[in-house]
Design a protein around this ligand. Sequence first.
Ligand code: 6PG
Length: 275
Amino acid sequence: MEQMIQTRSNADKSDDSGSYSLEDLDLEGPSLPGEVIVKKSVENLIDLLAAEIVVQATLCVRRFGTFHLALSGGSTPLPLYERLMYDPNCRSLPWAHTHLWIVDERCVPFDDERSNFQMINETIVIHSGIPPEQVHPIAAMSQNAEVEYEALLRELLAQREAGEDRLDFVLLGMGSDGHTASLFPSHEAINERVKIVRAIEADNVDPPQRITMTLPLINSAREIAILVTGEAKAPMIERIASGHESMDELPIKGVIPTNGSLKWYLDAGACGYAQ
Ligand code: 6PG
C-alpha cells in the first residue's frame, strides 16, 4: 500500500542538534472524522491514551463526583488496560469514583476465554480497587440481558444533571471489517435509534450471539476514543478515509458524537507506514 501520509517537513530539516527519530515526530494521519492522533509505536500511543483517560476521569469526578467509563474487548486494548494498572502516571485515576461499563459482550459464561469481561476483570477490576458495586458486567447469558443492562445504564446515568446523563468516556476498537462494539456490517442494529443496548445475532463471528451498546448511547458520550493498531487494520482505515462507503457497510462510520469529542488513536502500522 503506498504510504498514505507524510511525516511533517521537520524531518528533512538539516539540524546539527542531532537527528530526529520518527519516534519524536507527530505523524500526520489519514483524513478521518474527529481528531486523529498517530504515533509510530503502540507504546507511545498508549502513553497518550492512558494519560487522556486519567485526565478525563479526574475532571469528571471533580465536576460530577463520578466517572462513567465504557471499555471494549478484543486484543487491541490489552496493553492500555495493563498500562492503567502498572504505570505510576496512572495511579491518580479515581477508581473509587469510577463506574466501569462494558461496550459489548459475547453470550458466553464469564469464565469463557471469549468473554470481554473476563479480560477486563483480570487486567483492571481485580487490581484497581474499584468498588464492586461500580463494576457493571453484562450478564450476557441472562434471558433479558439487554433489557437489564439498558435499565441499569438509564438508572445510574439519570443520577446526573440533565445534559450530563451520559457516558463520560467510551473506548472503542475496530475490526478489520469495519465493525465496532458488536455492530457488524449490514446488521440492522446499526440503525437502532431507540434502544441503547441490543441483543444481536451476527453471521461469521464466534460466538454469533452478542449484547452491544448501540450508536445512540455511544454517540451521546462526552469522549469517544477509537484505538486501532497494526498493519492488518490499515486497509480498513484507508477505506474509511476514502469516504465512499456507508455506515451500513462500515459500522464504525456511524460513530459521530452528538455533543462530545471523537479521537482516533492510531499507530503507524494502522496508517499504512512501512514498518
Ligand atoms: C469485541 C470488541 C470488538 C473489538 C474489535 C477489534 O467484542 O471483540 O468489542 O468491537 O473492539 O473486534 O478487536 P481486536 O482489538 O481484537 O482487533
